[in-house]
Write a protein that binds this ligand. Structure first.
Ligand SMILES: Nc1nc2c(ncn2[C@@H]2O[C@H](COP(=O)(O)OP(=O)(O)O)[C@@H](O)[C@H]2O)c(=O)[nH]1
Ligand SMILES: [Mg+2]
Length: 371
């Protein structure tokens, strides 16, 4: 973030130094192909484009400053491109749907149309009203952007830069939401950060669930604590945490069942797991993460509220955003539950997990409709 502002500052200074010579020195094609310069060192590109003359004239100096400005711009585009395209890709279906309402991107969009767009993206009507309250008849990008980003006001309550060790995450959610897959994605992410990981196969309700997590554990090469089907999941949680403490592990991720014979049973079982985690290590679980299936859109809210009432969830991960046009539901989910969204799942492989950023999410959506 800081370096971005630094770059901006540099660009502003260069802008001031340039008189009113508006002719670009590098053609547009080059700017649109950041890969041309991406691999090159910034300094090297500047040197290549700098006129070699021991006593440069004023016009040459201006030209040089312009080249620097172009290079800085290209670098900026190249830096922003990969991150943005992740979100744009995740929201492909949602944006595609919005583009069918607004085929041509605009500078200002009518109030009614924005309302329609937000509802179409599966934002709950109550939240649409809240977001748009007091906006003018014709709405600019920045007006709407501000309101939409505000909907994600709920921040995480754990200091991620100073985690307890082991850091224990309990993964909850209905069957099929993507719990086991998300555990694998998180584990793979931590491993790539050179952290040690231990998994706990706490969904003991189905044999297939234990098997599925074991397969992931061997695929990403992390240890797993498991037991037989039908055994007490609290015992698995306790063993996982004890083992992590003994082995000085950084991250513990514990799976849970999404469904038991009754809701009361599930409630009791989750509460017991939470209690036992705290016995194994005081303060654990440090995060109770609710996994929500993004293809369910708004209908996931009621389900999320039920889980929140059971164990007091700390944050949400929304999966399968790659397969839905209901991306706007994220606004309602976060706002209604007053919880942060930590990650979004955008595919079935272990790399398909993106840290959630309200700014980038909103920008990607608005890129689809605004100039
Ligand atoms: N397209 C897509 N599929 C996903 C994503 N996350 C999970 N899945 C799939 O959803 C199905 C259920 O996932 P699973 O992890 O078994 O859910 P669980 O029952 O909650 O543990 C599996 O087929 C996963 O491959 C995602 O982000 N995108
Ligand atoms: Mg599972």
């Amino acid at each position: 973030m800081f370096s971005f502002f630094k770059k901006k500052k540099k660009e502003e200074i260069v802008e001031e130094e340039i008189l009113d010579n508006e002719e670009p020195l590098l053609d547009d094609k080059k700017i649109n192909q950041p890969n041309n310069t991406e691999a090159k060192d910034l300094k090297e590109v500047i040197e290549e484009n700098t006129i070699d003359n021991s006593e440069p004239s004023i016009t040459e100096e201006i030209a040089e400053v312009k080249v620097i400005k172009e290079v800085v711009q290209q670098k900026q585009i190249a830096d922003e491109l990969p991150k943005k395209s992740f979100f744009a890709k995740a929201l492909e279906k949602t944006i595609g749907n919005l583009s069918s309402i607004i085929p041509k991107k605009l500078e200002k969009i009518q109030f009614d149309i924005i309302e329609e767009l937000l509802i179409e993206s599966d934002m709950e009507y109550e939240i649409v009203e809240k977001a748009m309250d007091g906006l003018p008849d014709m709405i600019t990008r920045s007006q709407l952007r501000h309101r939409l980003v505000m909907l994600f006001e709920h921040a995480p309550n754990v200091d991620m830069s100073n985690l307890p060790k082991p850091f224990i995450q309990l993964i909850i959610g209905v069957n099929g939401a993507g719990k086991t897959t998300t555990i694998a994605k998180l584990a793979s992410r931590y491993k790539n950060q050179n952290k040690s990981v231990l998994l706990g196969a706490g969904d003991t309700f189905r044999a297939a669930a234990i098997e599925q997590l074991s397969i992931w554990a061997s695929k990403i090469d992390v240890p797993i604590i498991k037991t037989q089907q039908g055994h007490d999941p609290s015992a698995v949680a306790y063993d996982t945490i004890s083992s992590a403490i003994a082995k000085d592990i950084d991250h513990c991720i514990i799976d849970t069942a999404g469904r038991l014979q009754t809701q009361t049973n599930l409630n009791k079982e989750l509460q017991k797991i939470v209690k036992v985690c705290n016995k194994a290590q005081e303060g654990a679980p440090h995060q109770k993460l609710l996994i929500l299936d993004g293809t369910q859109g708004n209908t996931a809210i009621a389900q999320a509220k039920a889980f929140h009432e059971m164990v007091n969830v700390d944050g949400i991960i929304v999966t399968k955003l790659d397969g839905t046009s209901k991306g706007g539901a994220l606004f309602s989910v976060s706002n209604q539950l007053e919880l942060p969204i930590f990650y979004i799942g955008v595919g079935e492989s272990k790399e398909d997990l993106i840290p959630f950023s309200p700014d980038e999410f909103v920008d990607s959506l608005l890129d689809g409709i605004y100039l």
